[in-house]
Design a protein around this ligand. Structure first.
Ligand SMILES: Cc1cc2nc3c(=O)[nH]c(=O)nc-3n(C[C@H](O)[C@H](O)[C@H](O)COP(=O)(O)O)c2cc1C
Ligand SMILES: *[C@@H]1O[C@H](CO)[C@@H](O)[C@H](O)[C@H]1NC(C)=O
Ligand SMILES: *[C@@H]1O[C@H](CO)[C@@H](O)[C@H](O)[C@H]1NC(C)=O
Ligand SMILES: *[C@@H]1O[C@H](CO)[C@@H](O)[C@H](O)[C@H]1NC(C)=O
Length: 384
């Protein structure tokens, strides 16, 4: 059999020849040409996730916008997270009855039922986008029945966020932890538990402050984190401090995903922190491909989540095809939260519709039975 070699170096060479499209031109500027700086575009005229960034960028003070937009250093990882999806095309099928695909959007995450295989992930400081801060995120998650994972560095406290939860709404709590202070760690775990959180999402990809040059210009950087000793021994120790499941967020290699399975993690969360920690780190899509190629059993041994650069329904479809169970989305929901609960709700609804449309047009009848053959993820004989 002849195999066509997709040369990634060749492809990325081609990509390097044209400018990065921070805002792909789908007509926003032309349509909203009368919108003055500092004005907010009408919510019902926004048609997709990237519109929320375009709208927020024109409305928010530059320092506020920059805090959300920021990536590390030269922002290669930030850009790659967005562009990488186009280096791994879909392989759509036809002659498949996809008319019921919408009914296959609901899924379980750690055993909890949700209406979609994507969730609102942890981003600090919603107060920079809206005076009601995290309220819009938690309320929209309830209204649309999707998972929300509040950040430990939220503008509101853990109990304040919990006060806006709907009865029986399931949330997980993100945490940064200090291995030299179990008292502080216990406090976070106990607060999360008291607030009804069903899991801890421990972020392990930020053992030091990110090198964030764009943010430094506007004094919009993160709270200064100390250098932190996060190890497997520490993870094993953490399990003695709470009975909540502890998910690891920020796994970036196949061998660490395997080690996580060996340490009994309830879920592995692939992430490069939206390109905000170490520039040069790969997109979670590339890490999912590495796992698919070298240890596909990981996808059945534990639940795998991923985030970074997801903006369209097709991006979600590709990650699910590789074996990811649920996809996190950071910046777009922070931009949508400029409009509060209504804005985040609309963003969720738009993405749900896109996931269903893109799955149907790719010939996916059932999102829960999608398989890797829907994405060209390796040098492929299928192209012959
Ligand atoms: C403004 C901002 C703040 C963030 N704060 C946190 C945080 O407090 N904890 C964390 O684990 N990740 C944090 N992240 C990373 C996100 O959880 C997520 O990994 C990333 O935003 C996904 O990429 P996306 O923005 O392209 O969807 C933050 C990201 C952004 C954009
Ligand atoms: C989740 O959904 C399944 C199937 O629809 C149902 O049987 C189960 O009771 C639900 N679980 C919860 C906790 O609602
Ligand atoms: C911008 O951020 C500041 C906090 O630094 C906040 O007080 C203000 O409300 C934000 N602006 C908007 C429009 O949300
Ligand atoms: C540990 O954390 C607790 C609770 O936040 C704090 O009161 C205490 O000062 C911390 N201890 C050290 C040594 O930093």
């Amino acid at each position: 059999m002849r195999c066509t070699l997709i040369s990634l170096s060749l492809l990325s060479g081609t990509l390097a020849a044209r400018p990065f499209l921070d805002e792909p031109d789908t007509g926003f500027d032309m349509f909203f040409s009368n919108l003055a700086t500092g004005q907010l575009a009408p919510l019902d005229q926004l048609v997709g996730l990237p519109d929320f960034e375009a709208a927020a960028k024109r409305y928010l003070p530059i320092a506020n916008y920059t805090y959300y937009r920021n990536g590390a250093a030269g922002e290669w990882s930030f850009r790659n997270n967005l562009e990488v999806f186009y280096r791994y095309p879909l392989r759509p099928r036809t002659m498949v009855d996809t008319s019921n695909v919408q009914s296959t959007l609901p899924t379980t995450i750690l055993g909890y039922n949700f209406s979609a295989p994507f969730f609102i992930t942890s981003a600090a400081r919603a107060g920079l986008g809206n005076p009601a801060a995290e309220r819009g995120l938690v309320e929209a998650a309830a209204a649309e029945n999707i998972l929300y994972v509040p950040s430990l560095y939220a503008t509101l406290s853990i109990p304040e966020i919990a006060s806006y939860k709907a009865p029986s709404q399931v949330t997980f709590q993100q945490a940064y932890l200090d291995p030299s202070n179990d008292t502080a760690t216990k406090l976070v775990f106990d607060q999360a538990k008291a607030a009804g959180s069903k899991a801890i999402v421990f972020t392990v990809d930020a053992p030091a402050e990110g090198n964030r040059q764009r943010a430094d210009r506007y004094d919009a950087s993160e709270a200064v984190l100390p250098f932190t000793a996060i190890t497997w021994d520490y993870y094993d120790h953490l399990k003695t401090l709470t009975d909540l499941p502890i998910i690891l967020k920020g796994i970036q290699t196949v061998e660490e995903a395997q080690a996580a399975v060996a340490h009994g993690v309830p879920a592995v969360y692939l992430s490069n922190h939206g390109g905000r920690q170490v520039d040069g780190s790969r997109s979670p899509l590339e890490v999912a491909i590495e796992i698919r190629a070298q240890a596909p059993e990981v996808f059945t041994q534990t639940e795998v989540y991923a985030d970074g650069g997801v903006r369209y329904g097709g991006d979600v479809v590709k990650l699910l095809a590789l074996g990811v169970r649920a996809v996190g989305i950071g910046r777009p929901f922070m931009y949508a939260n400029v409009y509060g609960t209504e804005g985040v709700t609309r963003a969720v609804q738009l993405l749900k519709r896109e996931v269903a449309l893109d799955a149907a047009n790719a010939g996916v009848a059932d999102l829960k039975n999608i398989d890797p053959s829907y994405v060209i993820w390796k040098q492929s004989c299928a192209l012959d």
